[in-house]
Design a protein around this ligand. Structure first.
Ligand SMILES: C[S@@+](CC[C@H](N)C(=O)[O-])C[C@H]1O[C@@H](n2cnc3c(N)ncnc32)[C@H](O)[C@@H]1O
Length: 317
């Protein structure tokens, strides 16, 4: 008889303890009879447990679907299927971790970003949808402002999982994309993603512009840490690396360093695109202006919040 151990494993044969001696049962199978002692192990019962833990239904379904290696639609059609005890135990552990605030992406090991499926874990920030605004803006500039360049050079400062760098390279293959991070564990994740996706990036370890060592780029993007130390929102983000989140007393420390170093590392006419907090646009634009940037603009994310600001360097300083 077929049973299912875990996501992406081959079907196997396994007897459920309560059924030994009568009929073999799959790790997921059949329907729970009313009053059946195993009814707490149906998919429906597991979702009810998740609800009692305060979990979002979609999150709970995503965790179940991941463990079972089945699409969410299958769960909906088979909510009375029985789960083998060890699988139910694994699922309960996932549900508890999620209820304790661990990002869903870490539990399932992946997150979609700009059409690419990225592997993520606790070494990197989970890529956020708002960062796609930055990527879209970069792609626009590459297609319009830098269209004449055979090989535009692009830097992603603070690459983390490689999300921005990989999305740009994926959509603009002719660009040379440099992916910088101060965290070696993060660079390992980004390298693995690049390998998995077959995208060729240049990885550089070090702080912001430093590892570029004399290389000039046409376009630089950064989604740096921008949360102020002590911000109460950090409690909810405690599973993600502090290096990816916190930046000085006002959240602007990394943005100041990046803006200050830009003129020395951008080609004349080069653009610097920055993601920032929804309440930091004015401060970031002031930094850009003071550093000699022109054509300053701020763009909103999908939620309508001012999320990215950018400027063009008029000349070398
Ligand atoms: C907010 S995360 C962004 C990750 C990724 N770019 C994204 O958008 O999902 C910031 C990244 O900056 C990196 N970082 C922090 N300080 C840095 C520094 N001084 N130099 C280079 N990277 C740094 C962190 O390791 C982290 O990967």
């Amino acid at each position: 008889m077929r049973c299912w151990k875990a996501a992406r494993e081959a079907p196997c044969v396994e007897l459920l303890p309560f059924e030994a001696g009568r009929a073999a049962s799959p790790r997921i199978s059949g329907r729970a009879a009313f009053g059946d002692p195993m009814s707490t192990r149906t998919i429906a019962a597991m979702l009810a447990e998740a609800k009692a833990l305060g979990l979002d239904r979609l999150d709970a379904q995503a965790l179940l679907a991941h463990r079972l290696g089945r699409p969410r639609t299958w769960l909906i059609a088979h909510d009375e299927a029985l789960l083998e005890a060890s699988l139910a135990t694994e699922l309960r552990r996932d549900l508890r971790r999620r209820a304790a605030g661990e990002p869903l992406a870490y539990l399932v090991g992946e997150r979609e970003f700009h059409g690419l499926m990225l592997q993520v874990d606790a070494r990197v920030l989970v890529p956020r949808p708002e960062t796609e605004t930055l990527v879209d803006w970069a792609l626009e500039l590459l297609q319009v402002e830098f269209a004449a360049l055979a090989q535009p050079r692009v830097a992603d400062l603070g690459t983390g999982s490689g999300a921005i760098a990989l999305a740009v390279k994926h959509r603009h293959a002719e660009a040379e994309v440099l992916a910088v991070d101060a965290s070696l564990p993060a660079l390992d994740v980004a390298r693995a993603n690049a390998l998995h996706l077959g995208l060729d990036l240049v990885f550089l370890h070090g702080s912001w512009w430093e590892p570029l060592a004399g290389r000039l780029v046409h376009l630089a993007l950064a989604n740096p840490p921008y949360v102020a130390a002590g911000d109460p929102h950090l409690d909810a983000l405690c599973h993600e690396p502090a290096l990816a989140l916190v930046s000085g007393a006002d959240g602007l420390a990394a943005l100041r360093v990046i803006v200050a170093g830009a003129a020395a590392h951008l080609e004349a006419g080069g653009w610097l695109l920055l993601e920032h907090g929804h309440d930091q646009a004015a401060a970031v634009c002031a930094l850009l202006q003071a550093a000699g940037f022109q054509a300053l603009q701020t763009r909103a994310d999908l939620a309508g919040l001012p999320r990215c600001s950018a400027g063009r360097l008029a000349r070398k300083v």
